[in-house]
Design a protein around this ligand. Structure first.
Ligand code: G3H
Ligand code: 13P
Ligand code: NA
Ligand code: ZN
Length: 316
């Protein structure tokens, strides 16, 4: 059934597991993710970015998800990923999303608060929950800050005390944190890791402020599995020095109270590896089902592994 994330997060935090939030753009991704989670009895968040809406058309995505919900028995939340304005969030809430992210983290603190509060007010009137973000992910564009705009190399890590202030002022239901995480397949140079001590400090500050076991969200949680990078390169691709978050770090983040873990890049890698392999080995193949089918199967196995072994939400 279609669900909100409030109860999902509460149960996840109690059980020290995390809900996987997987990005979808097309039918094969929706099918792969939902089938894996259905077979693993894992609660699920399907998330849609602004770019996904532009690519697939919101109506197609809505109908695909309706099909998935009607054909499965697991709880599924439908979430807007990185909503960048009140208007976009409102549109999605009006369309029936059960959760939206307002990401105004590119704005100064006060403006971020103002926009987020406006979204929370509207969302809560319409039975929808809100994820917000404080701090800059590494490599994400921003306008202000110590580097005077442009791209932040170091990111701007979430400050624990600011996080408390932000949650209290906005009433947001979950908070995406910046702790050295970033999007995409090139996350770290050298042995840079997540600042898990900071994550612990943010969690503790929220707890001490009376906000309870508050749900944090980890963006950029793809691990960029080496076997997928190798497959892609073996079959004509060119990914050099691709690097993700070690799965062991995701497991620590989960135990520290990240209730939602965002994964997109790993899905892209699995789908691409599957397509490349078939087209490389059978250059005469022109039936999309013959390469999208195996690619879909690879995404499904990847999601199965995540929910079973990394997020540990299988069976819940
Ligand atoms: O935030 C990044 C997600 O992976 C979505 O990516 O904006 O290219 O759809 P996208
Ligand atoms: P990855 O690029 O690591 O998959 O992160 C996805 C994400 O955070 C979507 O919001
Ligand atoms: Na999101
Ligand atoms: Zn993200």
């Amino acid at each position: 059934p279609l669900t909100t994330t409030r109860e999902l997060f509460a149960k996840a935090l109690k059980g020290k597991y995390a809900i996987g939030a997987f990005n979808v753009n097309n039918m094969e991704l929706v099918q792969a993710i939902v089938e894996a989670c259905e077979e693993e009895k894992a609660p699920l968040i399907l998330q849609i970015s602004k770019g996904a809406r532009q690519y697939a058309n919101p109506v197609y995505l809505k109908k695909l998800i309706e099909a998935a919900v009607s054909l499965s028995n697991i709880p599924i939340a439908v979430h807007l990923d990185h909503g960048d304005s009140f208007e976009l969030c409102k549109q999605c809430i009006d369309e029936g999303f059960t959760s939206v992210m307002i990401d105004a983290s590119y704005e100064p603190f006060d403006k971020n608060v103002e926009i987020t509060r406006k979204v929370v007010e509207y969302a809560h009137k319409h039975n929808c929950v809100v994820e917000a973000e404080l701090g800059h992910l590494v490599g994400v564009q921003f306008d202000e800050g110590e580097e005077g705009g442009g791209y932040s190399k170091s990111g701007h890590y979430t400050d624990p005390d600011e996080a408390v202030k932000f949650v209290k002022l906005t009433g947001c239901d979950s908070l995406a944190v910046a702790i050295g995480n970033s999007h995409g397949a090139y996350k770290f140079k050298g042995d840079q890791r997540l600042d898990l001590e900071r994550l612990k400090a943010i969690k503790k500050a929220l707890m001490d402020a009376g906000l309870g076991d508050y749900p944090l969200v980890l963006h950029g949680a793809s691990s960029v599995p080496q076997y997928l990078v190798d497959e892609i390169n073996k079959y004509g691709g060119k990914l050099q020095d691709a690097r993700g978050v070690p799965e062991a770090d995701i497991e620590v983040a989960r135990r520290l109270g990240c209730a939602k873990v965002n994964i997109d890049t790993d899905l892209r890698l699995a789908l691409t590896a599957g397509i490349r392999k078939v087209l490389w080995e059978k250059p005469s193949e022109i039936d999309p089902r013959k390469y999208l089918g195996p690619a879909r199967a690879m995404v499904k196995e990847l999601v199965r592994h995540k929910v079973r072994n990394v997020l540990c939400c299988a069976g819940h």
